[in-house]
Design a binder for this molecule. Structure first.
Ligand SMILES: Nc1nc2c(ncn2[C@@H]2O[C@H](COP(=O)(O)OP(=O)(O)OP(=O)(O)O)[C@@H](O)[C@H]2O)c(=O)[nH]1
Ligand SMILES: [Mg+2]
Length: 184
């Protein structure tokens, strides 16, 4: 061990997914640039960025959400990854579709990779808009409290990718979970 020996850097790898227009890319670039970017266009293909959260390097894969891409979401998830599912809280019409897509994704991930654990952060996004669902309502609609599967460690965070509200707190959950600061 010499003077220049360094401790390995903490790393988090995150797949951020959800229905189209939920706000994933706006979130990603908010984290990356520390502010809202003026122009975010619908994602075709993948955005991948790395930024620092606390003392960890965080790499986020944001995959376009057309129906075909959604089927392949599970291919991007590897053991050790965290999963972020973004819900547009104002899109009440598609809230059940969002729920079903998440269930289907988890099923495919488990069949494909059989990870020991899936840290799952659900952002209830666009909370800056009036009349949206709350975090508690989404928790109920997604029946999160009924999940008996120990591999899934979930957390719901209300957010606005527009104002940045809740975005840091969401990452804090993933960080604390990854690096052992959660008392559960
Ligand atoms: N008011 C408000 N608008 C938001 C928020 N997050 C995203 N938006 C807007 O919602 C639209 C879709 O945001 P994107 O970040 O492109 O969503 P996405 O999930 O990446 O969507 P696709 O890549 O098209 O699947 C954009 O017009 C954003 O400005 C939010 O928290 N509040
Ligand atoms: Mg996008």
């Amino acid at each position: 061990m010499g003077l220049f020996a360094s401790t390995p850097q903490k790393e988090m790898k995150v797949l951020i997914v959800g229905l189209d227009a939920a706000g994933r890319t706006t979130m990603l670039y908010h984290w990356w640039a520390n502010e809202k970017q003026q122009y975010v266009i619908p994602t075709v293909g993948i955005n991948c960025e790395t930024f620092t959260h606390k003392d960890a390097s965080v790499t986020v894969w944001d995959v376009g959400a057309n129906a075909q891409s959604r089927f392949f979401y599970a291919n991007y998830f590897k053991p050790g990854f965290s999963l972020i599912w973004v819900v547009d809280c104002t899109d009440r019409e598609r809230i059940e579709e969002s729920h079903q897509e998440l269930l289907a994704l988890i099923k495919r991930i488990k069949e494909k990779e059989n990870p020991e654990e899936i840290p799952l952060l659900i952002f209830v996004n666009k909370r800056d808009k009036a009349g949206g669902l709350t975090g508690d309502e989404v928790t109920d609609i997604f029946h999160l409290k009924d999940i008996e599967d120990n591999t899934i460690v979930w957390h719901v965070q209300e957010s606005s990718a527009e104002t940045g509200e809740g975005l840091t707190e969401g990452l804090d959950f993933l960080y604390d979970h990854a690096f052992g600061n959660i008392n559960s």
